[in-house]
Ligand binder design. Structure first.
Ligand SMILES: [Fe+2]
Length: 321
């Protein structure tokens, strides 16, 4: 089922409706009980990346239903960087129903993007922060791919650690459903503001090849009509972004920023991926800390990323059992 048309209206019933407090309370209680409590609980050993076993798949799906993410661990068995590993990664994702792969300017023949430090000659990757050793602030992937005709909304992704850097390069992770709960518990009007169709605008961007990525305007949270799943788009960046100009939006954004940076959120996880490990997720909130890289060609930190417009299979709205 293609998921191309985000529902832009506030849901009238169900846990994400502000008029359905009972559904929210039941779902919230289930969620806070079901969510893993430490990052080690996200780890799932996987023997053969290209062909996860039924038991491995079920463990990963279960985590994705409870936390929208899992970290698989091949303990280095996934092999050396190269096209065969990239194909294995795509096969792994496909076994979770992740098939509508993003068309990205920097993807290779396997539709995978290599996240590594590059110099100016490596167009079109050069000039963007992911391809440096600098930190990456809190965001969901592809937050700027939304709200214009044909926008390839990113709902799921895999990020595979092919090589880790010398120091740093830690990922912080937070399930968007937990962010939703904290915001709504603080003030339900924060949700109203962040579900508004014009909450967040990213201006038009002209690609190096002259292609224009249109202005992206849309909500931070929305609910997809088919899966009933809560979706989120967010970036912590402060330049080239326009938030809706009203006090509630400003307060909601400030609260979210404090939640992400405050150090008090028990479900916010930190993990430094080992080579052969990878994140599979329904586009959760994440960062990358700055890192020091290894010297020499073919030695530096390398992450393989593939992103998809559909969610991980069978991970739509989860209800209390
Ligand atoms: Fe990202």
């Amino acid at each position: 089922m293609p998921q191309t048309n985000p529902a832009m209206t506030l849901p009238r019933s169900g846990p994400f409706s502000l008029d359905d407090g009972d559904s929210y309370a039941a779902w919230r209680a289930w969620k806070l009980e079901a969510h893993p409590r430490e990052v080690s609980a996200l780890l799932v050993p996987v023997e053969d990346l290209a062909n996860p076993s039924p038991a491995e798949r079920e463990r990963i799906l279960d985590l994705c239903r409870r936390a929208n993410m899992a970290v698989y661990d091949t303990s280095g068995r996934s092999g050396h960087p190269g096209p065969a590993l990239e194909r294995a990664l795509r096969g792994f994702a496909a076994s979770f129903g992740m098939t509508t792969v993003e068309d990205h300017r920097s993807m290779d023949e396997e539709a995978v993007v290599s996240i590594e430090v590059v110099d100016e000659s490596a167009r079109p990757r050069s000039g963007f922060i992911p391809y440096t050793t600098r930190r990456i602030l809190w965001h969901t992937d592809g937050y700027y791919k939304f709200g214009y005709p044909g926008a390839p909304v990113i709902r799921s992704m895999t990020l595979h650690c092919a090589r880790q850097g010398k120091e740093g390069g830690v990922n912080e992770l937070l399930d968007p459903e937990i962010a939703y709960i904290r915001l709504r518990d603080e003030n339900p009007d924060f949700i109203r503001a962040l579900m508004a169709p014009r909450a967040m605008t990213i201006p038009e961007f002209i690609e190096a090849d002259g292609r224009i990525r249109p202005q992206s305007t849309g909500p931070v949270f929305w609910v997809d009509a088919d899966t009933k799943a809560l979706q989120m788009r967010y970036t912590e960046r402060s330049r080239n972004i326009a938030w809706a100009d009203d006090p509630l939006t400003s307060q909601a954004v400030a609260f979210l920023r404090q939640l992400l940076r405050g150090g008090d959120e028990p479900f916010l996880f930190r993990h430094r991926m080992e080579p052969g490990q990878g994140l599979i997720c329904n586009n959760v909130l994440h960062t990358r800390t700055a890192f020091t890289d290894w010297e020499g060609k073919g030695k530096g930190r390398l992450m393989y990323r593939a992103r998809y417009s559909n969610r991980i299979m069978n991970t739509g709205l989860q209800q209390a059992a």
